[in-house]
Design a protein around this ligand. Structure first.
Ligand code: IPD
Ligand code: CA
Ligand code: CA
Ligand code: CA
Length: 262
């Protein structure tokens, strides 16, 4: 894909993100229909409606590109390019009327040599703060049109580290002892409940690192590119074939320090 095509994809993803953002703003203080709920998670009817709206918008301009989303898939899942979509990231916040949630849309294309998907365009939109993060691979990341950069804090004692507590019991039990060590070493820990926003906060130098066990691709694809193009390190490793990863997103100085605390 050429730069012009990446720019067209970015504009289309921004349009879709803003449409869903408006829907989120309109529905924040309204009773929301719950499709299902477990001990640590909620799925709303609006999650599905938002994904459909994003798919419709993306497919109008890119009819051949597949979609891999939290709320479903469409098109050929081994196609050369695919959108990776989290229509509402932070659904639990959103359903409790906490205005900290976002839309996350990434475009991935297959690398010709390795055959691996590479993220080439990323958009994360927080409709409650009207903050729009964008990235095109090879160019600097932007927040509302202004170039952003990660922090340069190196000492853990100066850092704000954000954690995502996974939904599964086993991941939760694994994170708790680590939390107990980490909380004594950093300035502050933040648990904000929207992984894609945590990543853009690292990209913007607000947080210094974010980590989570068992995070999904749609949570981190767009934020990962935004972080990399802002000078940060998007360290991740797959834990299964269901798009699940271990993640340590950071400003480029902290991964080894964070991992050595385990
Ligand atoms: C969740 C949020 C949460 C993170 C979970 C995600 P959802 O996404 O990003 O902060 O800890 O792992 O699944 O379900 O609200 O889109
Ligand atoms: Ca969800
Ligand atoms: Ca999510
Ligand atoms: Ca979601």
């Amino acid at each position: 894909m050429t730069l012009a095509e990446h720019k067209k994809a970015l504009a289309c993803a921004v349009k879709a993100a803003r449409l869903v953002g408006r829907l989120m703003r309109q529905n924040l203080h309204i009773d929301k229909k719950v499709n299902s709920a477990t001990a640590h998670d909620i799925k709303l009817e609006l999650d599905v409606r938002s994904q459909k709206l994003i798919e419709k918008t993306l497919l109008q301009s890119f009819p051949k590109v597949a979609v891999l989303g939290e709320e479903g898939v469409s098109g050929d899942q081994s196609a050369d390019s695919r959108w990776v979509v989290d229509p509402i990231d932070g659904t639990v916040n959103f359903s409790y009327e906490i205005p900290h949630a976002c839309v996350s849309i990434a475009l991935q294309t297959k690398d010709k040599t390795s055959g691996e998907y590479v993220t080439v365009v990323g958009v994360v939109y927080d409709p409650f703060c009207d903050e729009l993060w964008t990235a095109i691979r090879g160019q600097p990341s932007k927040l509302n049109g202004k170039v952003i950069h990660v922090s340069d804090r190196k000492a853990l004692k100066d850092c704000i580290v954000s954690i995502g507590f996974a939904k599964s019991r086993s991941n939760l039990e694994r994170t708790l002892p680590y939390f107990n060590v980490l909380v004594r070493r950093v300035r502050k820990i933040r648990l904000m409940g929207a992984a894609a926003l945590a990543m853009t906060y690292v990209a913007s130098g607000r947080f210094d690192a974010y980590f989570e066990q068992g995070i999904k691709l749609w949570d981190i694809a767009a934020g990962g590119l935004i972080l990399e193009c802002a000078g940060g390190e998007f360290w991740n490793e797959p834990v299964d074939s269901q798009h699940t990863y271990r993640l340590v997103a950071n400003n480029g100085y902290l991964r080894k320090k964070l991992q050595s605390l385990k």
